[in-house]
Design a protein around this ligand. Structure first.
Ligand SMILES: Cc1cc2nc3c(=O)[nH]c(=O)nc-3n(C[C@H](O)[C@H](O)[C@H](O)COP(=O)(O)OP(=O)(O)OC[C@H]3O[C@@H](n4cnc5c(N)ncnc54)[C@H](O)[C@@H]3O)c2cc1C
Length: 283
């Protein structure tokens, strides 16, 4: 379908963009890569009368790599994949981004759009929870920071107010082994289940573990219990089984065209087991 008529705005800076969002209220939406927003408009699922295109705003771009990593909201998934410093400092990002959609989508789809959208099927929200990332939001009253683990309230509902923009994502450079494992029906599909795992080990034993799951509830699921089940273990089969059992207690999948609930829970367990095994092998 053709979208309903809308006015297009192309602000040159953050203050102008925030002013436009405040001025047009509920009818206004930020436009990043448009790969989620434009389909919604075409299906007329949402009445949007003003599009605020973020592409010229320099403050939303750029990747900084140090002990803290900062990624501007308008960074595309392709830019993430091709950034050499990031591939070394936080390789889980590249591993996950390569499993998102296809090159055409990744050339336009942004990290900010992926995490701000609140779509439980998107891969980056769970990944950011695994990395314990912080989202910097800017609004008419100034800036504030929200942890990724506190950001998601329900499907498409987040802690971001309508007049706020996501500016950047920051997290401590992760240490140890990592894995992003995703089961999908075909190349380019969203996850049936996906797992993000970061592990640290010393003397053959896990010292820290962070685990988050994708598309298995109406929000991404950070499973503190699954991580805790691995700590102080040698990451053997019984420890992995305990972590999977703990994760299964935290997810709440629903039946849809990716399968019934029992199937999704089964896939989630297999995927997490594989991710833990690979992450531990990389410590
Ligand atoms: C065929 C196809 C397959 C896909 N498969 C996957 C997949 O497997 N995994 C996956 O994770 N994703 C997938 N995607 C989604 C894609 O990767 C993008 O991440 C996603 O469309 C959102 O990014 P965007 O830049 O396109 O955002 P947009 O569509 O422009 O925006 C999405 C939403 O976020 C809001 N928004 C955007 N930027 C900001 C900001 N800075 N501040 C506040 N709000 C903002 C917009 O207002 C809108 O509501 C797929 C998309 C397509 C079309």
């Amino acid at each position: 379908m053709i979208p309903a008529a809308f006015e297009y705005h192309r602000p040159q800076g953050l203050p102008e963009a925030l002013h436009l969002l405040t001025e047009h209220g509920d009818g206004a939406r930020a436009l990043a890569g448009g790969h989620s927003l434009i389909p919604v408009m075409k299906l007329r699922m949402s009445a949007i009368s003003h599009l605020v295109d973020l592409q010229d705003i320099a403050d939303l771009r750029g990747i900084t790599v140090g002990s803290t990593i900062r990624i501007g909201a308008m960074t595309t998934q392709a830019e993430l994949i091709n950034h050499a410093g990031l591939a070394t400092a936080a390789p889980i990002l590249r591993e996950a981004a390569l499993q998102i959609a296809d090159p055409q989508v990744r050339n336009l789809g942004t990290v900010g759009g992926n995490v701000a959208n609140g779509d439980p099927a998107n891969d980056m929200p769970g990944l950011m929870q695994c990395l314990d990332a912080t989202f910097t939001l800017a609004g008419p009253k100034g800036s504030r920071e929200v942890r990724a683990r506190d950001f998601y309230e329900s499907a498409y509902v987040t802690a971001r107010a309508e007049d706020e923009l996501l500016v950047a994502i920051s997290f401590a450079a992760p240490a140890g082994g990592y894995a992003y494992e995703k089961q999908k029906r075909k190349i380019g599909d969203y996850a049936t289940a996906a797992a993000a795992v970061q592990l640290q080990a010393s003397g053959g034993r896990v010292t820290q573990a962070s685990i988050a799951m994708t598309n298995l509830s109406d929000t991404p699921v950070y499973s503190a219990a699954a991580g805790a089940a691995l700590v102080r273990t040698a990451c053997d089969q019984s420890a992995i089984k305990a972590a999977v059992a703990a994760m299964l207690g935290d997810i709440n999948p629903v039946a849809d065209n990716r399968g019934p609930v029992d199937f999704k829970r089964h896939v989630a367990g297999i995927i997490l087991g594989r991710a833990i095994t690979r992450a531990f092998s990389r410590t």
